[in-house]
Design a protein around this ligand. Structure first.
Ligand SMILES: [Zn+2]
Length: 262
């Protein structure tokens, strides 16, 4: 496989990319990296401390490749956007979010996300649903889900934000739906939406560099509410666990490309 985008300075250089409105310039990404490192260095856990050290060492031509590194993440994101442009650039697109629901319960309180399993599963259901010829390019995202009510527990939920040609939206919805049943924990396992406005922002969301925590109160299958939502910033108690989860997942493996010409 080619070298990872994070180790290639081309993807770190703002001059090579049109910056999105809210994308940080390289100086901002560096400051953010230092802030992340400072927060992680306070952990008593050695593995977390070594993530902090690697973040501090991230420099031009000597990149760290850490899952949570703002500099290396944005390099990977830029390559992701390049790949979208190359494989789907000429077609009207729909955004797609896929939350695998099959084993959600078994993952409650298990602080791990297996990216290999996630990839195999997505590939399997894409083929089983008869969608193999349809191109999908997606980025992996995690969020911390906290449940109260009739389900109590926390989990790191792994899911995909991707892009597909808009013309296949109906087929994907009708065929993939049965592989992604609603559960007590996941009310919307499959979301498709044609991208009509601000495509840049919509594309950018496909490879997340900020991660969320949701607290949901679930009373029954049809009665649930979102109690709170926030971004996991360095001051958040789950920040160091997020760094560990992202380290486990790795940066390059967060991209998947299915179907179409391959
Ligand atoms: Zn880095």
């Amino acid at each position: 496989m080619a070298e990872p985008a994070w180790s290639n300075e081309y993807y770190h250089d703002d001059e090579n990319f049109e910056l999105l409105v809210d994308e940080k310039r390289s100086g901002g990404r560096l400051r953010q990296t230092r802030q992340y490192a400072a927060a992680l260095a306070r952990s008593s856990n050695e593995a977390i401390q070594s993530i902090a050290m690697r973040l501090r060492s991230c420099a031009v031509f000597d990149r760290c490749g850490e899952g949570i590194c703002p500099q290396c993440m944005s390099a990977e994101k830029r390559r992701f956007l390049e790949r979208v442009e190359a494989s789907l650039g000429q077609t009207p697109l729909s955004s797609i979010t896929i939350v695998p629901t099959a084993d959600q319960f078994s993952r409650l309180s298990i602080p791990a996300v297996d990216i290999g399993n996630h990839k195999t599963y997505l590939k399997d259901i894409w083929v089983a649903a008869g969608l193999a010829p349809i191109p999908l390019i997606a980025g992996f995202d995690v969020s911390l889900e906290i449940f109260s009510g009739c389900v109590v527990g926390n989990m790191w939920s792994g899911h995909w934000h991707g892009l597909v040609p808009a013309e296949h939206e109906v087929a994907i919805k009708s065929r993939l739906g049965s592989f992604l049943p609603k559960t007590l924990l996941v009310a919307k396992p499959l979301l498709l939406k044609e991208i009509t406005r601000t495509p840049n922002r919509a594309f950018s969301y496909r490879f997340k560099t900020l991660f969320d925590v949701h607290h949901r109160h679930v009373e029954s299958f049809n009665r649930r509410r979102l109690v709170s939502w926030e971004i996991i910033r360095p001051t958040h108690p789950a920040f160091s666990e997020l760094a560990r989860v992202l380290a486990e997942i790795g940066l390059t493996s967060r991209i998947i490309e299915l179907g179409g010409r391959q």
